[in-house]
Design a protein around this ligand. Structure first.
Ligand code: SF4
Length: 464
């Protein structure tokens, strides 16, 4: 990698090898060749989004320095082209639906929509502002968040991109989360859109029956009916009629992503030394949910290609860029908060896993039979949504597979469920795994980010 001052550049030395890699396939049938990606990353991106190339440690980095992993470069390309791709999709009449609550996005895509989670809405909004340096971009984001604090409530976590939707910054067509255990923000967000500039946005809540429902036949059938209502509601936007076969096809596609992510995780966790740094690992594992880029086919292209590269590195005992020789391995629990992986690596640690979203990625949906019923059954069985005891048991299994040395539970101020369960869950994890644990509350607005990182790094030093 090349860094001049605080500015990152992709080195010419990797170009020829990168140009031999695979195209990115998109849902609309178009492709991006490695030459397209290289041109964007080295010519267009630095001018459009200089803040992305800022390599200042203080704010954290957006680009991994591991330049010989093609999926990492292509992931950056997909992030930086989010605004262009979403704008094109909207011009082609594809509705964009905001989703929140940790559910799989299969039904949204089956109905011909693009499903965007809070992070993706934020990336889209950010992509609309070109030429900003890091400081300008941070101020812009902080201003947007202030609007949300006033328009929704100071009691909300503010992880979501509601401020962008409500202001009309991003033309989201519909807000359609699931009510579920993990996320207390859903109801605030729905209500907030009954006022504001975008009170015309279509609202839908898929009712998720709570409390040990995964083995109750009535609950599965009831939730399957909610998935059907959700799809019918999106059909009202597209004017199409989504069939059970459409949903089955989408489930199969997403199952491929989920299985690939699990296979890659097994490879990664089996390695003597971590084969990527923490940021690339997180991006890679979470691609199995196939929703971050707003295009499941594109995410799948990257996953298919990535598996071979990870297998090769594991076989050769190659370490990820920036990772120390015997890092303290940390498993992170909790929703929507991530420590700065690079700064953890600077002090000799590495994040080896997260429970957030890994719960839905590791739940394979049955492909034979009624797809509505199968999807409902799978979603109701997500380990993250079960009782504290069951969630802890599943989390301990993941912690053991990842060979973690310590466990962090992070939650946002305003994340009512995660803050309520953190102590009990971590006590159970500690009892079952015998590992050191730490719980930290974080405030989304960013004022506590440095404080949180200091405590995380102290935890790493303690583990070492
Ligand atoms: S931090 Fe908690 S309440 Fe906020 S979006 Fe995430 S899960 Fe929902």
């Amino acid at each position: 990698m090349t860094v001049s001052g605080n500015v990152f550049r992709y080195p010419e030395a990797i170009k020829d090898r990168f140009l031999e890699t695979e195209d990115i396939q998109f849902r609309d049938g178009s492709k991006a060749s490695p030459a397209d990606v290289w041109h964007y990353l080295t010519e267009i991106g630095p001018k459009k989004y200089p803040n992305v190339y800022d390599y200042s440690n203080y704010f954290g980095r957006k680009i991994s320095g591991d330049v010989t992993l093609p999926f990492s470069l292509k992931h950056n390309y997909l992030i930086m082209t989010m605004n262009e791709r979403m704008t094109k999709a909207k011009q082609n009449g594809v509705p964009v639906v905001f989703v929140q609550g940790g559910q799989s996005v299969d039904p949204y895509y089956a109905a011909g929509a693009i499903a965007l989670r809070p992070a993706s809405v934020g990336i889209w909004a950010s992509g609309q502002h070109e030429g900003l340096n890091l400081n300008q971009e941070e101020v812009r984001r902080a201003n947007q968040k202030e609007k949300a604090y006033r328009a929704i409530s100071f009691e909300v976590c503010q992880s979501a991109g509601y401020e962008n939707i409500q202001e009309g910054t991003v033309p989201v067509d519909m807000i359609a989360p699931f009510s579920c255990l993990r996320c207390s923000d859903v109801s605030y967000g729905l209500e907030a859109h009954r006022h504001g500039k975008r009170k015309d946005v279509k609202l839908f809540l898929a009712d998720y029956p709570l409390d040990h429902q995964k083995d109750k036949e009535w609950a599965i059938t009831y939730f399957a009916e909610n998935i059907r209502r959700l799809i019918e509601s999106i059909d009202e936007l597209t004017g199409n009629k989504t069939t059970a076969e459409d949903l089955r096809r989408e489930i199969k596609l997403h199952n491929e992503g989920r299985k690939l992510a699990m296979e890659i995780a097994d490879l990664w966790w089996s390695a003597e030394v971590p084969p990527t740094n923490g940021k690339d690992r997180r991006d890679l594992f979470q691609m199995g949910g196939m929703e971050l880029h707003g295009d499941p086919e594109a995410s799948l292209s990257l996953l298919r290609e990535a598996k071979g590269y990870i297998a090769e590195r594991v076989k050769n005992g190659q370490k990820g860029f920036g990772v120390s020789d015997d890092p303290a391995r940390i498993f992170v629990c909790g929703s929507c908060v991530f420590p700065n992986e690079y700064r953890i690596e600077e002090v000799g640690g590495i994040v080896v896993g997260n429970d957030n979203h890994w719960s839905d990625i590791t739940t394979i949906v049955e492909e034979d039979g009624d797809p509505f019923y199968n999807l409902a059954k799978a979603i109701l069985s997500y380990p993250y949504e079960q009782s504290i005891k069951e969630r802890a048991q599943w989390t301990v299994e993941q912690i053991k597979r990842s060979r973690a040395d310590g466990v962090l539970f992070l939650y946002n101020w305003g994340c009512n469920t995660q803050s309520a369960v953190a102590r009990a869950l971590v006590d159970e994890i500690k009892r079952e795994s015998g590992l050191p644990t730490l719980i930290i509350e974080h405030e989304q607005r960013g004022t506590q980010t440095e404080q949180m990182q200091n405590r995380v790094n102290a935890f790493v030093e303690m583990l070492k």
